[in-house]
Design a protein around this ligand. Structure first.
Ligand code: AN7
Length: 393
């Protein structure tokens, strides 16, 4: 395995600390040559089950049992949407409540392998929560930059309780991202763990492996949210590797969904923007309030190679979908995570097997729900009053 530039193809050893290619400045990926290789034997459960396909050895892992999340059949919604088999991969079941843990276990393990003293990230919330927890587990200093006033309460509480050094940046996520990159370039001992870091994406690709193992093959379609677009890139890489190993005999179509006020990828692809960035992203789905996706080129390749496309949903559609999933199927996910369901509520997808990725737990961000809470019924502590409140009188 080595690090390889996604544009010029230059290769570098895994032990070199790099975030972009020294030759051309584009981003890197971990290159694994699986051609002619026999499929490895997978042991244990979760992310580290796939250790033979990861760039850090199992005995170096900083782990809390991440991965191995449920793939839940959505029986009511599949009937409503006219899809024979519809599943939700519920990443809220991870240790800190989001898919970020899959990447952070590998990223922090690599930080330990490199002998880094501190790890850092800019975050819309979930990355900082995950980084704070895994750094605590590894006994390392954690530095997180967050956009002032724009991160969900649950995520902020996680970063605080795990003891991260939190810096509120007077700017949006994209500005915080640029600043933390400059910090880690100027301080060699601070290891950057945003999804620009290719080791993190290696952990995140295991979602695709789990879906394939659970279904016995790739689904026809996989739908997921896009922010920085690291996760779509990681998951597509996972499907490609399982395909190259002969473990699946087809590849899924990937549909990446963005919120209307923060949709640089979808708008760039439709010809509405000349470059893949906007300067003033806005959406109530704060996790994906991102205007300049770091992994945009990887994501474009994933969409194109898979024959999929990008799509946009509105904040109102997101809120409606969140309630529908929670009240109709019992699964509460945060606003950013429900964009695949919002998409299916509007568009007809003709496919046999569809998997939606729900990236984070609903309790991360209860604000939007509570702001629109219905008026509650009132009762005195007596049976008669309770019956009357419930309309049973
Ligand atoms: C719930 O935490 O970028 O497309 O800093 O928290 O891989 O960026 C979070 C992103 C989707 C988008 N769903 O994933 C951060 C951050 C949830 C998220 C995404 C995020 P990418």
């Amino acid at each position: 395995m080595k690090q390889r530039c996604i544009s010029c193809g230059a290769a570098y050893p895994l032990s070199q600390i790099l975030y972009t290619c020294p030759a051309c400045d584009d981003i890197l990926e971990i290159a694994i040559d699986v051609t002619g290789r026999e499929a490895p034997t997978f042991e244990c459960e979760g992310v580290w089950r796939y250790a033979p396909l990861l760039p850090v050895p199992l005995d170096k892992s900083v782990s809390m049992g991440e991965g191995g999340t449920g793939l839940h059949a959505l029986r009511r919604l599949q009937q409503e949407f006219g899809i024979p088999r519809l599943f939700l991969k519920n990443e809220g079941e991870n240790p800190t409540g989001s898919f970020k843990d899959r990447g952070m276990t590998v990223g922090v393990s690599q930080a330990v392998t490199l002998g880094a003293r501190a790890v850092a990230c800019a975050s819309t919330g979930n990355t900082s929560a995950s980084l704070a927890a895994y750094a605590a587990r590894a006994g390392m200093r954690a530095i997180v930059l967050i956009p002032g006033g724009k991160i969900a309460m649950g995520k902020l509480a996680q970063a605080i309780v795990h003891g991260a050094e939190i810096v509120q940046v007077d700017g949006n996520f994209d500005e915080a991202m640029r600043t933390v990159r400059e910090l880690s370039l100027s301080e060699g001992e601070i290891y950057l763990l945003n999804s620009i870091n290719p080791f993190r994406l290696e952990g995140q690709k295991t979602l695709a492996f789990e879906v394939c193992e659970a279904l016995g093959n790739a689904p026809d379609v996989l739908i997921l949210p896009m922010g920085n677009a690291g996760n779509i890139s990681a998951i597509w890489k996972g499907f490609r590797e399982f395909h190259a190993l002969g473990l699946i005999d087809r590849l899924p179509k990937i549909i990446g969904v963005q919120a209307a006020g923060a949709a640089p990828l979808a708008r760039y692809l439709s010809g509405d923007l000349h470059e893949c960035r906007i300067s003033d992203p806005e959406t109530l789905a704060t996790a994906i309030r991102i205007g300049a996706p770091v992994s945009w080129l990887k994501a474009l390749r994933a969409l194109e190679e898979s024959g999929g496309h990008a799509a946009i949903v509105s904040d109102d559609e997101i809120l409606a979908a969140q309630r529908k999933l929670a009240s109709g199927e019992g699964i509460f996910v945060e606003p950013a995570s429900v964009v695949p369901i919002a998409y299916l509520m509007r568009e007809r997808v003709q496919a046999e097997t569809v998997v939606c990725v729900a990236t984070g737990h609903g309790l991360k961000d209860p604000d939007a729900i509570l702001r629109m809470a219905p008026e509650m019924k009132q009762a005195a502590p007596s049976l008669a009053s309770l019956r009357s409140a419930l309309g049973l009188a």
